[in-house]
Design a protein around this ligand. Sequence first.
Ligand code: AMP
Length: 283
Amino acid sequence: MRVVEDIATVRALLSEHRRRGESVGFVPTMGYLHEGHLSLVRIARARAMRVVVSIFVNPMQFGPDEDFERYPRDPERDRRLLEAEGCDLLFTPSREAVYPEGYGTEVSVAGLAGKLCGQSRPGHFDGVTTVVLKLFNIVQPDFAVFGQKDAQQLVIIRRMVADLDLPVQIVAGPTVREPDGLAASSRNAYLSPEERKQATCVYRALRGAEAVVRSGEVRADRLVDEMRRTIEAEPLASAEYISVVDPVSLEDLEAVGRSALLTLAVRVGKTRLIDNLLVGAGG
Ligand code: AMP
């Protein structure tokens, strides 16, 4: 596995692969890798001749009071894990390489970026789309793999790719969970043992609502109430939003039709967790 910090070197190595007709799959990450990230690398590995992973904790997607400085980092361990997964190229650019002096361009997907997580994290998704577009331009992959765990991010990136005619296929990887259902996340490292226990309410809320849909209740407000009760039963948990939305437009739904995204953001202690589940009234 080559580990490269420099943009020009990444371009040179990848143009060589493309010249030989080798397909390139790409997995962008912020590092502190867990099974969720590695599952995306395996998806890329199965579909492409060359796999590129980036690790870049992108300052542009963190708000001023967010956890950019204390975001967990373990580059040595990440490197070992990626080597073991058969990653070909690990791209770890510096902040200065991505945003040099005088940097001025932002990419924003109007509308979608302001919904759900965008309400409490203004500018977050503009930071995401900006860095992802830059990474796509540097790596020029045939496809890129993103986790369903970050459902809004996935919707926004698909929108950007369609809107800007980017020649990149977007592949979604299913959410990887701990045995008790908590979605794997680098931020789980922030949870104290007691918070970690109570954090299981997030997935329990989703599964509870899914069961309610199966029993025939499709009204969104009833499902939201049901999920809210599950979250509020845990003293350390508080819901930031709980929504039932269309999986493509992210517009609020009044009722679950053929498919709906149950999605929520919950603070457990100081840690903000997100999760979602796709459900459909048809089963
Ligand atoms: P991050 O390092 O948090 O920026 O995440 C990098 C990629 O991994 C994104 O596409 C995430 O959606 C994906 N990801 C994060 N957690 C999970 C998970 N539990 N299951 C599947 N994919 C995930």
